[in-house]
Write a new protein. Structure first.
Length: 377
């Protein structure tokens, strides 16, 4: 029960501060820094200025999430500060000490300027050599062994963590099958730079390089309106070598079957941020069509024509929006900008419609007759 009360209490404090921030026109920033938490309200435009306002000092190598240059648009933010600390990168016989704020092995290696291949593995752990490395972390890189694979006539440099040729073939999903052959036995130990040839007896084979499409992940941002899209991490196609078994009849290819595929360069996933906030506030002012007509500039003796035409155009829905044409509101004004920012206000739409039919058709009866003939106005 105590934990539950604490959780509710914490939520109430957060909600109170958030409401206070919105009431003051500011934004609630909660900073998490080395086990401490600080919440404050700011009117600054960027995270950098907001932290500086609170005398929160960042070293050159420190990092924040979101970015220090993030433009503040949401009502509240959870900010993590990652303080730079020493990491010893062990790459075979090479030891390199760097100062970095990054938490993942991939980002640490990138920060150190070290190339990492897709088949290499890493282990991030506490340093075991306090005298040499200090009280920091160590990142150990286990390099995959490079070799040349001649796969059905196509030579490719690959890397593997396997210790034998047989394990390498399994790792790369290469099934020799009944007619497949390898230039060395499956028990042969893998050594750097060795060349292994794989071929198929009987039917003809061909190996080609093909592109691997990258995946796209979309992150919804409730503080951005629908239609907003920004690429957070650009995608990059990968590469693969694909081998096909080809059947030839009278000199013409009559069948093709994929028998092996090796990814030589992994694709990079593209991450996109898209807005999920509604671009407008739906009309919720209440009222009926009689109320709206009475409040408009449409003469009462013309209400019958107006009722018919509005029913046909929007079904008396103030929030009606035609996504294909862009027409909007009760009157389905095109473009929607003709109604201004309050396009879904029913009285605004009816007044615009009254001016439109009088200006274009000389009155409601003429507009009504035109609609009957053409089914638009």
């Amino acid at each position: 029960m105590v934990a539950a009360v604490f959780a509710v209490s914490g939520f109430m404090v957060f909600a109170t501060k958030s409401a206070q921030a919105q009431g003051e026109g500011g934004r609630l920033i909660t900073v998490h820094d080395r086990g401490t938490e600080l919440a404050f309200i700011t009117n600054q435009e960027t995270l950098k200025d907001a932290l500086a306002e609170q005398d929160i000092v960042l070293d050159e190598k420190d990092a924040t999430e979101p970015s220090i240059d993030e433009k503040l648009v949401a009502p509240d933010y959870q900010v993590n500060i990652y303080r730079a600390r020493p990491v010893t990168v062990i790459d075979g016989p090479t030891r390199q000490k760097i100062i970095t704020p990054y938490q993942s092995a991939e980002r640490i290696v990138e920060d150190a300027g070290i190339a990492l291949y897709s088949d290499d593995t890493t282990a991030l752990e506490r340093s075991t050599d306090i005298v040499s490395d200090g009280a920091g972390l160590q990142l150990v890189i286990d390099r995959a062994t490079p070799l040349i694979l001649d796969l059905y006539g196509k030579k490719t440099e690959i890397r593997t963590q396997a210790s034998t040729v047989g394990d390498m073939l399994k790792e790369k999903n290469i099934d020799l099958g009944e007619h497949g052959r390898a230039s060395v036995s499956s028990e042969t130990a893998i050594t750097a730079g060795m060349e292994i040839r794989v071929w198929r007896e009987g039917k003809q084979t061909v190996s080609v390089d093909e592109e691997v499409a990258f995946e796209t992940e979309q992150i919804k941002d409730a503080d951005r309106t629908v239609g907003y899209k920004a690429v957070q991490t650009p995608g990059k196609p990968g590469k693969k070598t694909v081998t096909y078994e080809i059947e030839i009849s009278n000199g013409v290819e009559v069948a093709r079957k994929e028998i092996a595929s090796i990814v030589t360069e992994a694709a990079t996933k593209q991450v996109e941020v898209i807005g999920s906030k509604s671009a407008f506030m739906p009309y919720s002012g209440g009222g009926s069509k009689s109320d709206w007509l009475a409040a408009s500039n449409i003469p009462a003796d013309m209400w019958g024509y107006a009722d018919f035409m509005v029913q046909k155009e929007s079904g008396w829905n103030p929030n009606a929006l035609n996504k294909s044409s862009g027409a909007c509101g009760l009157a389905q004004a095109l473009p929607c900008s003709k109604l201004g920012p309050n396009w879904n206000d029913p009285v605004v739409a009816l007044n615009w419609m009254n001016n439109y039919v009088n200006g274009r058709y000389g009155g409601w009866q003429n507009a009504y007759n035109f609609w009957l003939k053409n089914h638009w106005y």
